[in-house]
Design a protein around this ligand. Structure first.
Ligand code: 9MR
Length: 355
């Protein structure tokens, strides 16, 4: 071999060694290719709600769901009207399909929701029940559904949206029929039905500061002090590009819940855009996803970040807020949006991130 060839080979060897040493020293490894891999490396779960019809019919949908997420929340199938549509009938098929899919793809399931004032069946809301009868109905319902998924669903939204937008306790079918104790009872029954389950109070519009956030805090503080088996609070995080959440306030809210020994879950995040979609609005949306993931990563008690759907192909927003949409991290063609990239970036950044 000629001398200059040997020198060239030697230089290549040195460069290669240096690169390998640098990689080992910074513990880089190859960058994560999916959200779930990036989340796992940070000790986080990344979730989505599941549209049960889409799961059955849309193979693109199922493929992206399995690839990118490791936590699933059934969007509707475990609600009272769906799972207990008639007095002596329980229908678990759609919920079972979500749980089967999750197990097949090594994901966890977040049960949603045991006690809520919406999506209640007519047989229930139009019946004339005594206090004792209604108590028996709710107790049996909770034991039946939590029991059915025992060992397979170990996180439950036990009560959702019991606080009104002004911070007062919401007057609902449940509060009117059972009195204010219905919340504590529901947690107690859920705990008895599955002592291993992590039990959450879940609400919207109280993610950061303000009267509602304070009222939610006082509610869970009271429950906690009374020894009610509550483990955490779900911050739904339904937000909008025009009214972004206050990052510092969300961070402070998580911290005070941590002081109480409670977990926080981001349970239903989406960021609606007033149509038409523009590049600037997509970037603003990405900033909101990024900030909320950063806040969650920086908090000691936030380990699950779940959005309410993942593709604009299926989202509750256009129907409930006409003129708005595009709230999720994949578009209708199932292409990743800037918000996806933002989550990936913040999850892949090494070390603790600050908002
Ligand atoms: O996304 C859900 C939609 O398909 C249902 O029609 C609707 C019924 O009110 O509930 C939606 O999900 C809600 C969730 O269960 C609780 N928090 C608010 C969500 C959006 O309304």
């Amino acid at each position: 071999m000629k001398q200059n060839e040997m020198i060239r080979l030697g230089m290549i060897a040195v460069l290669l060694t240096q690169t390998l040493i640098a990689m080992a020293a910074s513990d880089m490894g190859p960058p994560a290719a999916t959200l779930r891999a990036a989340a796992e490396a940070r000790g986080m779960h990344i979730g989505s709600s599941v549209d049960e019809d889409a799961l059955r019919t849309d193979t693109d949908y199922a493929g992206v769901l399995a690839r990118e997420f490791d936590s699933l929340t059934p969007e509707n199938s475990m609600k009272f009207a769906e799972s207990h549509p008639a007095p002596f009938r329980y229908t678990f098929a759609d919920g079972d399909a979500v749980v089967d899919f999750a197990e097949k793809h090594n994901m966890q399931v977040h049960g949603h929701v045991l006690v809520w004032h919406e999506q209640l069946p007519k047989w229930l809301t139009q019946g004339h029940w005594t206090h004792a009868q209604l108590r028996k109905i709710l107790r049996e319902y909770i034991f039946r559904i939590v029991g059915h998924y025992q060992g397979r669903v170990n996180v439950w939204d036990v009560v959702s949206e019991a606080v009104d937008d002004n911070g007062a306790m919401r007057q609902t079918f449940w509060s009117r029929g059972l009195g204010p104790d219905y919340i504590a009872l529901a947690f107690q029954w859920a705990h008895e039905a599955n002592p291993d389950a992590l039990l959450l109070y879940n609400d919207y519009g109280g993610d950061g500061g303000g009267a509602k956030a304070d009222a939610i805090f006082k509610l869970v503080q009271r429950l906690h002090e009374q020894g009610v088996p509550i483990n955490g609070v779900g911050l739904q995080m339904h937000t909008s590009v025009d009214d972004p959440p206050d990052t510092k306030a969300v961070s402070a809210n998580m911290a005070r819940l941590h002081q109480l020994g409670l977990q926080v879950y981001i349970t239903e995040m989406d960021v609606m855009i007033k149509l038409p979609v523009t590049r600037a609005k997509l970037e603003a949306q990405a900033g909101i996803y990024r900030n909320m993931m950063s806040v969650c990563l920086a908090a000691e008690n936030c380990h699950n970040f779940t959005s309410w759907g993942f593709t604009d192909r299926y989202s509750w927003i256009p129907q409930f807020f006409p003129g708005n949409g595009a709230a999720l991290i994949f578009d209708e063609q199932m292409q990743a949006k800037p918000s996806y990239r933002a989550l990936m970036d913040v999850l892949s950044a090494s070390g603790a991130s600050s908002p």
